[in-house]
Design a protein around this ligand. Structure first.
Ligand SMILES: [Zn+2]
Length: 118
């Protein structure tokens, strides 16, 4: 399975398999929330308001870039993701929120309405 932009069908990740169990999620700050090579449909774990979002390791992202609106890119050491979607596909379509600041576990959270898995 890969994640694709719903608008332009651009690939946004490498090949992923479903996370075998939510016990593999980590909530330790500055560590990846989810191992490389997996995706997880969040039921609200780890990140506030993440219910339904698709979590992947930042290392699995392809063709994903920072939002062009700098007000979305706040953070201390990375992106805190508290100001709305901060990542787009290569064509500029909003796809999700990167969480990569020093006070949180790290992951990309794709919006289920803006991407599809295939
Ligand atoms: Zn797109």
């Amino acid at each position: 399975m890969k994640v694709y932009c719903k608008k332009c069908k651009m690939e946004l990740t490498g090949e992923l398999t479903p996370l075998p169990g939510e016990g593999m999620l980590s909530d330790i700050d500055k560590k990846s929330c989810i191992p490389v090579g997996y995706y997880y449909a969040s039921k609200g774990e780890v990140y506030t308001d993440s219910n339904g979002q698709i979590l992947v390791n930042l290392g699995d992202l392809v063709n994903v870039k920072n939002h062009t609106d700098p007000s979305r890119l706040n953070g201390c050491c990375g992106l805190d993701g508290t100001d709305g979607l901060n990542k787009t596909c290569g064509n500029g379509h909003e796809v999700g929120t990167e969480h990569s600041d020093c006070w949180m576990p790290w992951a990309m959270a794709f919006e289920p309405t803006k991407v599809f898995l295939k």
